[in-house]
Design a protein around this ligand. Structure first.
Ligand SMILES: C[S@@+](CC[C@H](N)C(=O)[O-])C[C@H]1O[C@@H](n2cnc3c(N)ncnc32)[C@H](O)[C@@H]1O
Length: 210
């Protein structure tokens, strides 16, 4: 998968953010840095190779939820490069109001929803895939609840890391196996992946709700 400035053009909006939301500039730059692209591109590439989950499914198009979706980079890359099924709707949920406000400036084709994922009634939605690349930022109980509320066979894509030096990382995993063990009772057919990020390792699981 390649991306270019026609797809992800953050520069047009940086002037507005610098002038109107200077306190957010660093966070926005972090969201779109090289490592963030690397981890999200990796996610899309791995998910595109997880085809068999959809082989016998009859839906022509699917809904996808991204939990803790920040300024929408994961949603946008999926929207443009997920190749297995047509996407009907893709939602980026985050409880930080600025992620919706600024995220819409970057990606006007993504549905941003300001919400604590604790309050998301997943059982009433029709998500075929639920993605959470912010596991290290969330209590395990909250992540488990999102899985508990989803219908059986919903595909989950989860990312975390062992980067304990960051204060906001309240739920790191020591290893890929440690991360997978947290989901051994609620996911099945789990594929495990890891990516060396030099200072830390990023972990990813793709598996279906049991
Ligand atoms: C720093 S960002 C994303 C980091 C992650 N490594 C990534 O690249 O996706 C974490 C996001 O999760 C959001 N978040 C954390 N807990 C949340 C919750 N309970 N409900 C909704 N959003 C949440 C934060 O507001 C923030 O935008």
């Amino acid at each position: 998968m390649n991306y270019n400035q026609d797809t992800i053009d953050i520069f047009t909006n940086l002037k507005v953010i610098t002038e109107k939301h200077p306190g957010r500039l660093l966070d926005v730059l972090n969201c779109f840095n090289k490592n963030q692209y690397k981890c999200k591109k990796w996610l899309v590439d791995c998910l595109n190779n997880y085809e068999y989950h959809f082989k016998n499914k009859t839906k022509d198009s699917i809904d996808i939820a991204v939990l803790g979706g920040w300024y929408g980079l994961t949603a946008k890359l999926l929207k443009n490069y997920f190749a297995v099924k047509q996407i009907r709707n893709i939602y980026s949920y985050d409880f930080d109001p600025y992620t919706k406000k600024l995220g819409r400036m970057f990606f006007n084709d993504i549905e941003f929803v300001e919400m604590d994922i604790k309050d998301l009634e997943i059982a009433e939605k029709s998500f075929s895939i639920i993605i959470n690349t912010s596991c290290e930022h969330m209590e395990q109980e909250i992540i488990n609840q999102t899985i508990a509320k989803a219908p059986k066979e919903t595909l989950f894509v989860l990312q975390s890391n062992n980067y304990i030096e960051i204060d906001e990382h309240i739920n790191c995993s020591a290893s890929l196996q440690d991360f997978a063990d947290k989901f051994k009772d609620n996911l099945k057919n789990v594929k495990m992946y890891e990516l060396d990020m030099e200072k830390y390792t990023r972990f990813m699981l793709i598996g279906a709700k049991q």
